[in-house]
Design a protein around this ligand. Sequence first.
Ligand code: NAP
Length: 345
Amino acid sequence: MVRVSIIGATGYTGVELVRLLTRHPQVEVAALTSQSYAGRRLGEVYPHLAAALGETVLTDDVEAAVAGAGYVFLAMPHGQAAEPAALALAAGKRVIDLSADFRLPGETYAAWYAQAAPAPALLDQAVYGLAELYGPEVAGARLVANPGCYPTSALLALAPAVRASLVDIGSIIIDAKSGVSGSGRQPALGSLFCEADEGLHPYGVATHRHTPEIEAQLSRLAGTPVVVSFTPHLVPMTRGILSTIYAGLRGGVGEEEVSRVYMEFYQDKPFVRVLPPGTWPHTKWVYGSNYCLLGLTVDRRTNRLVLAAAIDNLVKGASGQAVQNFNLMAGFPEAAGLEGLGIFP
Ligand SMILES: NC(=O)c1ccc[n+]([C@@H]2O[C@H](COP(=O)([O-])OP(=O)(O)OC[C@H]3O[C@@H](n4cnc5c(N)ncnc54)[C@H](OP(=O)(O)O)[C@@H]3O)[C@@H](O)[C@H]2O)c1
């Protein structure tokens, strides 16, 4: 058994990590930390987890939580994760950070997050944890920067096309929709029922912090700088992201080549399913699961590739992907603890 601790265990991604890890056959939870609920039993704070780890007492002793585990998950706001990450790495532990603190070069982080990168000295060690692209690097990493939720959906949709130079990289438009859990459990005006229910609106237009993360990874795949238009929207649902993406096809690229590239790219990837032509993903099909469902077509009229990717933002977009990365790091089967199918309807 491998001992793991979760720092920030009572937020939405933290509690989802707990749920997934209780199903993992080779994991023992060492400690769960919380500042707000320290001293209370997990089953009291979250009754849906009472049957598994209900008697576990939440602690605010991060140092002890780190010391008691071989692997540490950080499920905290950006800016806060760097300190426990440094502590854990110095103690020889391996770290999976769900925040943005290790996803970007220092100067890019500073430009988009309006604060200096919190631990620039650790950035060199960080591996971007999109397992479908960087599995071997993740396996050897001591520090994994778990991708953001929107970037996960956008990159899984675009990676095959960009890597195989199927599309004009200056033409990419990502129109993405997320459920309200994407902004976490902290109270916020826009997350109130009366504000979010029965409506739909864009936000962070041309300024959202996931833009540089998407661009950095696409640039890496293309081998040249890529700039995208990315517009997120808030949708009145609890979980789920749907990213619909448009990109101009390069001359001579047709449906057959696109289809072959995508099928080959994802043939041995357990969590990405390329849907048959004419089938388009639904967020309800991935609710609670670690799958990414991908639909695609070539629009001959406009000569554009149209892609749609659905994920559960809390699973493949955060905690499930973190467990997938942990599995690679620990040498477990990639899908251990993640076999659950989506809950439908
Ligand atoms: N929600 C998503 O869909 C999603 C997807 C991908 C990535 N992420 C990223 O994952 C991280 C967590 O997101 P979330 O949605 O779970 O947020 P959340 O629901 O707001 O939870 C944040 C957690 O961090 C704890 N915390 C706050 N400050 C802390 C500190 N200084 N030290 C230790 N713990 C602290 C909070 O609990 P206490 O106050 O009890 O300590 C809480 O448990 C964020 O960086 C977020 O950007 C979120």
